[in-house]
Design a protein around this ligand. Sequence first.
Ligand SMILES: CC(C)(COP(=O)(O)OP(=O)(O)OC[C@H]1O[C@@H](n2cnc3c(N)ncnc32)[C@H](O)[C@@H]1OP(=O)(O)O)[C@@H](O)C(=O)NCCC(=O)NCCS
Length: 214
Amino acid sequence: MSISPEDAEFTKEILPGLLDEIFPSKINNNTQLYRHIINNEQLNSLPLAVNKNIHFRMLSLVDDGIGNLYRGIKGRGWKLEKLDEFKEEPLVYILYSTSDSLDEDTEINAFISLQFSDLILGDPSLGKVVYLFEIHLSSELQNQSLGTRFLLGIDKLSVSPTLKAHNCKGVELTVFIQNQRAFNWYRKNGYALASDSPPNEEYVILFKQTHSVT
Ligand SMILES: CC(C)(COP(=O)(O)OP(=O)(O)OC[C@H]1O[C@@H](n2cnc3c(N)ncnc32)[C@H](O)[C@@H]1OP(=O)(O)O)[C@@H](O)C(=O)NCCC(=O)NCCS
């Protein structure tokens, strides 16, 4: 995916401050969870052992949730590809952990990654979107409405005055067709097939309009 230098900068510098006001700094879902908001560059510049641990923990969450789909679709190299994405892609991460600091043994219990960009395939003049790269919860945290709460937070971000002023039209994401559960869950939460979602692919692009597209 290509992103303009302006959107990359906006993602790394502006989104974290907006997320700070929306995503709770602590969540008590039987266990106490602490929030960490960090962009990919900050993550990369943590001490190596910490950075490696966080990347490893995020990768493990992806693997536990939908690793079988990634292996089937992208082959055995999917983890290296995902690690490269963690490192290179301009993203802001919202991590939830039982630990209030990011250390070399911190567990990551849930994470979301976001980017501010053009509508993924549509005409860029149509506006901007919050692009939801990843949302993963550990199996212990699933089915307790936490994911829905996070999606509502992302909606709220997309209608914030700052994003409205930057012509944000909604939230976009990609989901594997085989990930029926997530697909149905997104549909239930107001996402629809984007008009330009490519046919005959392993994935679809879903869009939720939060501002009118002119
Ligand atoms: C997809 C995912 C993010 C959803 O988050 P979640 O917190 O589990 O979702 P919610 O609890 O808000 O809703 C999930 C379901 O639980 C149900 N639910 C929510 N709270 C519940 C409760 N207290 N008791 C029983 N059911 C409940 C919801 O109605 C919903 O039902 P549905 O699946 O039939 O739609 C999460 O399950 C996950 O991380 N999955 C693996 C990774 C993945 O697929 N990520 C998406 C990649 S694109």
